[in-house]
Design a protein around this ligand. Structure first.
Ligand code: PBG
Ligand code: ZN
Length: 335
């Protein structure tokens, strides 16, 4: 058969994909990826020692809030259909051993307590388990002789995760990128009878330049050096897949890739290589870039947010952590 006959009729195209794009209703019928509020996780910053919400300068529309505002804040999102929250604490006191990270009356522990008292099983809480907001030097690890000490840090991460479990969290999300963190935390949780508490491993956390607004917001900029000896080089695919494979073996229940938008290839590959749920974290810099562009009037914020987030889902993310959650929920609820 003449190849052209397959595609042509009297010299014109026979297969016409535009037939499937003709009307909004046809396009809606055939839309392959649909974003839902249920896919989304909203980060929450709770800060000790402030009386009122403080807008984060580099992240317009996102606030650090005092504990007294937490329930009201979460209720607002819950009413829009958002049910999962990633909690970050900003403590009053820091030291080189990050002790304020695992106190029973620490800011994250109190936040989880309050949320579980008010919402119970209606919401899902995820707590970020790291040292950087709690160390005086701002690193995600215990520092010895100017070097991040992996195994000393593991002990602290275990204590933090266990204290979050005691407060009642559903999931802990270790984000320090210390080797063995998932394994050790799983063991610590099981030893304290918290085998129901799940782990979302920040498996492939790339050493990204898109974390600046978050570090400013959560007062966790390292005082010296950088995080390159523990966060992964963004150039490497095999290493990312290796990290992911290890986290699966160590007992992670959900795999996280972070950031999201420049790393769609990693999200896709992860989706192809594991049966576990895949979570993508669209980070602070991704948010700020969109906000800045929109403020200049250079892009349409709503359209760009929906496009970016849909594409993250299309690449294979089952769950998406995004600072745009409220806006997306409002858009989805209005159509
Ligand atoms: C550190 C941590 C980071 C983020 C969350 N926890 C990155 C970092 O400071 O290196 C970034 C989140 C964001 O940018 O939205 N444990
Ligand atoms: Zn950290």
């Amino acid at each position: 058969m003449n190849l052209n006959e397959e595609f042509e009729f009297n010299g014109f195209p026979k297969v016409r994909l535009r037939r499937l794009r003709r009307t909004p209703a046809i396009r809606d019928l055939l839309q392959e990826t649909r974003l839902s509020v249920r896919d989304l996780v909203s980060p929450v910053f709770v800060q000790e020692g402030i009386d009122e919400p403080k807008e984060i300068e580099m992240m317009p529309g996102i606030f650090r809030i005092p504990l007294v505002n937490l329930v009201k804040n979460i209720q607002e999102l819950y009413d829009l259909g958002v049910k999962t929250f990633l909690i970050f604490g900003i403590p009053k006191s820091k030291n080189d051993r990050a002790t304020s990270a695992y106190r029973n009356d620490g800011i994250v522990q109190k936040s989880v307590n309050t949320l579980k008292k008010n919402f119970g099983e209606k919401i899902v809480t995820v707590t970020d388990v790291c040292l950087c907001q709690y160390t005086s030097h701002g690193h995600c690890a215990i520092i010895k002789n100017n070097v991040a000490n992996n195994d000393e840090s593991l002990k602290v991460l275990e204590r933090i995760a266990t204290s979050h479990a005691e407060a009642g969290t559903d999931f802990v999300a270790p984000s320090a990128m210390m080797d063995g963190q998932v394994k050790n935390i799983r063991k610590a949780l099981d030893n304290s009878n918290f085998n129901n508490v799940g782990i979302i491993g920040y498996s492939a956390k790339l050493s990204s330049n898109l974390y600046t607004p978050f570090r400013d917001a959560s007062h966790s900029t390292p005082e010296f050096g950088d995080r390159k000896s523990y966060q992964m080089p963004f150039h490497n695919t095999n290493e990312a897949l290796h990290e992911i494979m290890l986290d699966i073996k160590e007992g992670s229940d959900i795999i996280m890739i972070k950031p999201a938008l420049p790393y769609l290839d990693l999200i896709y590959k992860t989706r192809q290589t594991t049966l576990l749920p895949v979570c993508a974290y669209s980070v602070s810099g991704e948010y700020s870039i969109v906000k800045a562009g929109a403020q200049e009037g250079w892009i349409n914020e709503d359209e760009v947010v929906m496009e970016f987030t849909t594409c993250i889902k299309r690449a294979g993310a089952d769950i998406i952590i995004t600072y745009h959650t409220k806006k997306i929920a409002e858009i989805l609820n209005s159509c």
